[in-house]
Design a protein around this ligand. Structure first.
Ligand SMILES: NC(=O)c1ccc[n+]([C@@H]2O[C@H](COP(=O)([O-])OP(=O)(O)OC[C@H]3O[C@@H](n4cnc5c(N)ncnc54)[C@H](OP(=O)(O)O)[C@@H]3O)[C@@H](O)[C@H]2O)c1
Length: 256
């Protein structure tokens, strides 16, 4: 369908780089008016300058206690009180031996990856409930679904997002609001590029991906557009892996 999101509004967190930028562009290309939120305003403005549907830029630290509510109020005010789509994408990774993790690191990951999404969702829900319509999409991770080493705290935050998704689906479904997660696998972004350059890492990673390639941010964004649109109207409470098949497989090729 051409412009499946024409006339709709969307808020994308972490829209200044990586997957969030691809999501903002894809929602805009699908016809939505997009609000871009992150801390680095010049990155948001650079992305916004390439969008067609009168984008809104709101610089905010979503990891603070009052940042999400302030950002939600600014976006809702710019959109005349209407928000159709919320994409909780902002997040940070911690790849570290789990017995060395500090309280400060744990708090930072919780605040950035989970508390921010819970508070932002809470702040926009009344506007969605008032119109009995909305799609809440949270970018979790394959790390929340499959055990991978050196990321127990990160995995815990991503599994928490999926739990939030399921609870929201049940609680707000009767009021016309859907909630889903998209769980990327290994995506070509800053989060991975430096790590993949280390000897042996790329081969080990590609070995567990059935498609034998990394995903692109645009491929994750396509799933988000689907979940934002009416094409997914029967889908809520789901975690959709956009991961080249990692979630569903085990690589026995060298042994069979
Ligand atoms: N890349 C992957 O392979 C992969 C795989 C699975 C899941 N994911 C998930 O996908 C999402 C995006 O990942 P990415 O690779 O695109 O990450 P990225 O390139 O590091 O971008 C992260 C974005 O989040 C924003 N952000 C971080 N902390 C913030 C805060 N306190 N307040 C507001 N915004 C904040 C950043 O902007 P500022 O720094 O300017 O605030 C940036 O725009 C994350 O949730 C990540 O966990 C990624």
């Amino acid at each position: 369908m051409a412009d499946p999101l024409a006339g709709r509004t969307a808020l994308v967190t972490g829209a200044g780089r990586g997957i969030g930028t691809a999501i903002a562009r894809a929602l805009d290309a699908a016809g939505a008016r997009v609000a871009l939120v992150a801390r680095t305003e010049h990155e948001l403005r650079a992305v916004a300058s390439g969008l067609a549907h009168d984008p809104v830029v709101v610089a905010a630290d979503l990891g603070t206690a009052d940042g999400p509510d302030a950002a939600a109020r600014a976006v809702l005010s710019a959109f005349g009180g209407r928000l159709d789509v919320l994409v909780n994408n902002a997040g940070t990774l911690l790849r570290k031996d789990s017995h060395t993790v500090t309280v400060e690191e744990l708090d930072l990951l919780w605040q950035t990856n989970v508390r921010s999404a819970l508070l932002l969702t809470a702040a926009v829900l009344p506007a969605m409930v008032a119109r009995r319509s909305g799609s809440i999409i949270s970018i979790s991770s394959i790390s929340g679904l499959r055990g991978a080493p050196r990321r127990s705290i990160y995995a815990a935050t991503k599994a928490a997002l999926d739990g939030m998704t399921r609870a929201l689906a049940m609680e707000y479904g009767p009021q016309g609001i859907r909630a889903n997660s998209v769980a990327p696998g290994v995506v070509e972004t800053a989060m991975w590029n430096e790590h993949l350059a280390k000897p042996g890492v790329a081969d080990a990673v590609l070995d567990v991906i059935p498609t034998r390639r990394l995903s692109t941010p645009e491929e994750v964004a396509d799933v988000v557009v689907f979940l934002a649109s009416d094409a997914s109207r029967a889908i809520t409470g789901e975690v959709i892996a956009a991961d080249g098949g990692i979630r569903s497989t085990v690589n026995l090729w060298p042994k069979v």
